[in-house]
Design a protein around this ligand. Structure first.
Ligand SMILES: O=C(O)c1ccccc1NCC(=O)[C@H](O)[C@H](O)COP(=O)(O)O
Length: 213
């Protein structure tokens, strides 16, 4: 069986990016969303991307981007994957994939079984699907809220091969998440931070060790 793939999202500094690489992350994510404590400019994300280049898959996270932002992000970061974490429609996901010429991963917020009904339509146009906890109605951030959803819901869903689990994962619950969902890939952000937006190298190492333990 292939070892579980791990994405560390919301990296913003060279030392924490290095910590993710040295700990064995498969993907690293750069958040470009000004309201986020993890926001990085395209220029900064580009510098981090160059540091990581060739060693790991680089992901840029965008929220309802317009065409100009997609083009600028691709130019600055040359990402291996574009993560769409807003309210992008199926048609918009397909259009962004066409425009960018890059693989895309669509995040779908899950709070109830009915939320999973959207998966097949998105899976038909996206390269990967990310199942994340649905943010609370008044949340400022559409993701990265450290919330867990009911993993038992996944058992009822038809999922594509290339899907990823996120939402409130930590070194303490990641084994249960793997056992209950059988996910081939994990995405973590706030569970490896010492404060919002501040990644903790020790927590990154502990998470990846627990995931692969
Ligand atoms: O992290 C952010 O600040 C963020 C902002 C806007 C959209 C998405 C965002 N994060 C997404 C992720 O980091 C993950 O894909 C996922 O939501 C897991 O986050 P967490 O529950 O904090 O591990």
């Amino acid at each position: 069986m292939r070892p579980v793939s791990v994405k560390i999202c919301g990296l913003s500094t060279e030392p924490t990016l290095d910590a993710a690489l040295e700990s064995g992350a498969d993907l690293v994510g750069f958040v470009h969303f000004p309201k986020s404590p993890r926001h990085v400019s395209l220029e900064r994300a580009g510098a981090l991307s160059r540091q990581a280049g060739g060693r790991v898959q680089r992901v840029v996270l965008l929220v309802d981007p317009d065409d100009a932002l997609v083009t600028a992000a691709v130019e600055a970061i040359s990402p291996d994957l574009i993560q769409l974490h807003g309210h992008e429609s199926v048609e918009r996901v397909a259009a962004i994939r066409r425009l960018s010429g890059r693989p895309v991963m669509k995040a779908i917020g899950v709070a109830a079984a009915s939320d999973l009904a959207a998966v097949p339509a998105y899976a038909a146009v996206a390269d990967r699907i990310l199942l994340d906890a649905k943010p609370p109605k008044d949340a400022v951030l559409p993701g990265g809220n450290g919330l867990v959803f009911d993993w038992a819901l996944i058992a009822q869903a038809t999922l594509p091969t290339d899907w990823m689990l996120s939402g409130g994962l930590t070194a303490n619950n990641v084994r249960d998440a793997l056992l209950l969902t059988g996910t081939p890939a994990l995405d973590v952000s706030s569970g490896v931070e010492s404060a919002p937006g501040t990644k903790d190298p020790a927590a990154i190492a502990a998470f990846i060790k627990a995931a692969r333990g």
